[in-house]
Design a protein around this ligand. Structure first.
Ligand SMILES: CC(C)(COP(=O)(O)OP(=O)(O)OC[C@H]1O[C@@H](n2cnc3c(N)ncnc32)[C@H](O)[C@@H]1OP(=O)(O)O)[C@@H](O)C(=O)NCCC(=O)NCCS
Length: 166
């Protein structure tokens, strides 16, 4: 098996990232092709993919902001994105079903955190469902409680990883 490659996304990854998004989220939760296109074009620094055998199989993407409120829907299309913002907000961490349970999301997340630290970001914020709270806690995220977001009709928790606190 080829080694896993983690790299920043480019526009040639658009089709693969859309396929991952729709394989990993329900239609009401999945980002549109237009949103993913925007995220790759506007903020490739905050968009990483995992590839094996030259096939893109996982992704993490984000926007940057100085705001604490991460429930803002237009922000997911990077409306209000501030490239040097102190917070990175993760929109999607997703791995194709056939490749799960091999630490691929963990590799993406660790590389993403490293880059955020190198760039001097203050925190990484995200919303997750209750079942994934413990997963993010393994990486140092803290549960800030239930979010006001009702995205896709689900219950979400706000998770925060404060950087520079080691
Ligand atoms: C969550 C996700 C990205 C993990 O990808 P992965 O590459 O399998 O992750 P890792 O190999 O690093 O870790 C696997 C661990 O994740 C945890 N996990 C994954 N999905 C989970 C879920 N729905 N509920 C609870 N735990 C879950 C488990 O602890 C699992 O451990 P195991 O391998 O011992 O079973 C992947 O399952 C996925 O794409 N899910 C659908 C999209 C999603 O919900 N993304 C998170 C948005 S907040």
């Amino acid at each position: 098996m080829d080694a896993l490659t983690i790299r920043h996304a480019d526009i040639g990854d658009l089709d693969a990232c859309c396929r991952i998004e729709s394989a990993c989220f329900s239609p009401s939760e999945a980002a549109s092709r237009a949103s993913i296109d925007t995220r790759i074009k506007i903020f490739p620094q905050g968009f990483m993919v995992a590839a094996r055998d030259a096939r893109v199989i996982g992704q993490i993407n984000s926007g940057a902001t100085d705001q604490d409120d991460i429930t803002d829907e237009p922000f997911k299309q990077l409306i209000g994105h501030v490239p040097d913002g102190k917070h990175l907000v993760v929109f999607s961490l997703s791995v194709l079903p056939d490749y799960r349970g091999q630490g691929i999301a963990a590799c993406l997340l660790r590389r993403f955190v490293k880059r955020a630290e190198e760039d001097g970001r203050k925190a990484i914020l995200l919303l997750c469902k209750t079942g994934l709270i413990e997963y993010y806690q393994r990486f140092g995220f803290v549960d800030r409680g239930r979010s006001a977001s009702t995205h896709g009709g689900a219950d979400w928790h706000e998770m925060a990883l404060i950087l520079g606190e080691k």
